[in-house]
Write a protein that binds this ligand. Structure first.
Ligand SMILES: [Zn+2]
Ligand SMILES: [Zn+2]
Ligand SMILES: [Zn+2]
Ligand SMILES: [Zn+2]
Length: 496
């Protein structure tokens, strides 16, 4: 393996993009050493809001390694019309086309060879869980080099897929293959992105390894957002203006989570403690996403040291101290109420939001935001809560007629439409949400795969604001929400 230097990384990534036909001569990024340690992706010139930063394609993609995995077509990731492979590899496929595809034929052969042609019957879900790393054995030497060049954590807890393959499925794995698989599993654990493909009932949850995407570092207020297109390529755009020379960031965690949960999640999945400006700020840029109300004066109670889970919390008005575990108890209680709601409980949720939650936590508290998302989801999906969008109001680059489209809330009356969701009958689905209290210095965008991403992309979200930037309302190009009048207060002053 060539040494991991800036020159070598730039060279092998360029070559990778070239062989996948997604190399752009005037691309606005470059790989450099990061002040965070290791390498990062940097802006080679100024990048405007919404501009494409880079396209990346997965070097390996496949099912996630999680419990409760569903059978999917291992070739096209469809979840419908599945039948077992006619060559008895144990995997499922959805059509003759997928059965006979070049990729499946190759991996089918490999699996049958490694399992000594014993059909994998009741272990097929186990095999599915291990399929993603297994696919790395079929990579070209050049692609294997890419994988070896990605950073990973050398812990014992990575690579249990190999034990499953050899111990539970009796696969015969050579020593050198074992060694490489171990690296692959660790690289996947450290770098893979969750990729959602398909829409509605035909959605599947995958993990993909994006070489360039994984070189971009994390920050809890990223300056980019990404979507996955129908070929599972990662499309990364600037969420804010990115000045020349600055580092390009993703978020590996959910932006609408408060600091404690983000830190926990990042430590558990990515093995690092984030110390970004947002994590260090007890108010999270004045959004108060983790705060609860003070029982004495209704001020905001925030952690004194957000990086320390045992820290005391303090009211920013009357300075009353609250033990961290008391705040934790309230948050987990509210969290369990939230998880207990069923989609049918729409009215109860709405009541809980307005009567209970609003008296306990600030409007931007993560539980409130999560509950609003839940309500928004129901508005777009449940019978009786969806509506058809008038044709004239569709952004003009909708290529297909959307089945549903809905807009969501913003805690501030000045920007009611922060989130849009669109889904089409035969396309992917997309959602995009933003969260911008007028005094906040970050917002969020989340995307799910899709054909409609471009439409959603342009419709709103100013994206994540750079620290120090002034939030300015962005004109909303989407129609007013016809349900808004039924939900007073929910959509702010929904008058437009
Ligand atoms: Zn298929
Ligand atoms: Zn097969
Ligand atoms: Zn952070
Ligand atoms: Zn107080």
């Amino acid at each position: 393996m060539s040494p991991r230097t800036v020159e070598n990384l730039n060279r092998i990534i360029d070559k990778y993009l070239k062989r996948n036909n997604i190399f752009y001569e005037d691309a606005p990024w470059e790989i450099k050493e990061s002040t965070l340690g290791g390498f990062g992706v940097f802006a080679k010139r100024n990048i405007e809001v919404g501009e494409l930063v880079f396209l990346d394609t997965p070097v390996i993609i496949g099912p996630r390694c999680v419990d409760g995995l569903q059978e999917i077509c291992v070739n096209c990731f469809n979840v419908k019309n599945l039948t077992k492979c006619e060559n008895n590899c144990g995997l499922s496929l959805c059509s003759d086309l997928c059965q006979n595809s070049f990729d499946h034929q190759r991996e089918c052969k490999l699996i049958r060879f490694m399992s000594n042609k014993k059909p994998v019957e009741d272990g097929s879900l186990k095999l599915l869980k291990c399929l993603t790393p297994l696919r790395s054995l079929l990579l070209s030497e050049e692609d294997k080099e890419i994988v070896r060049n990605l950073k990973y954590h050398r812990g014992k807890n990575h690579g249990h897929e190999i034990d499953t393959l050899s111990d539970e499925l009796s696969f015969e794995i050579k020593e050198d293959e074992k060694h490489f698989l171990k690296i692959v599993c660790s690289v996947l654990d450290a770098n893979a992105f969750e990729v959602i493909t398909g829409c509605e009932e035909n959605q599947s949850d995958l993990r993909g390894l994006y070489p360039l995407g994984s070189l971009a570092n994390h920050r809890c207020f990223p300056n980019t957002n990404h979507v996955f297109d129908e070929r599972q390529r990662m499309v990364v755009r600037a969420a804010v203006f990115i000045p020349k020379g600055s580092e390009i960031f993703h978020s590996y965690s959910r932006i609408i989570w408060g600091t404690a949960i983000r830190l926990f999640h990042l430590l558990n999945t990515k093995h690092f403690i984030c110390k970004c400006e947002r994590c260090l700020d007890p108010t999270e840029f004045h959004t108060y996403m983790s705060a609860i109300y003070c029982t004495k004066c209704k001020g905001n109670v925030v952690p004194i040291n957000p990086l320390n889970s045992g820290s005391k919390w303090e009211c920013d008005t009357c300075k009353q101290l609250v033990p961290g575990k008391d705040v934790g108890r309230i948050m987990s209680l509210l969290g369990s109420v939230l998880r207990g709601f069923d989609n049918k409980d729409f009215k109860i949720m709405y009541k809980f939001l307005n009567n209970k939650l609003s008296s306990m936590v600030p409007d931007n508290n993560e539980i409130t935001v999560e509950l609003k998302y839940k309500i928004i989801w129901i508005l777009g999906h449940e019978e009786g809560f969806t509506w058809k969008v008038a044709k004239r109001s569709q952004p003009k680059h909708y290529s297909r007629k959307p089945k549903k489209l809905f807009l969501s809330f913003c805690p501030q009356p000045s920007h009611h439409y922060v989130s849009a969701y669109a889904s089409g009958p035969d396309s992917g689905s997309a959602y995009d949400s933003g969260f911008f209290p007028s005094n906040a210095r970050f917002g969020m965008m989340g995307y799910r795969s899709s054909a409609y991403a471009p439409a959603v992309d342009h419709c709103h979200t100013p994206g994540l604001l750079n620290p120090g930037a002034v939030a300015s309302p962005t004109p909303c190009l989407l129609p007013a929400n016809p349900l808004a009048h039924q939900l007073p207060g929910f959509f702010g002053t929904a008058s437009s």
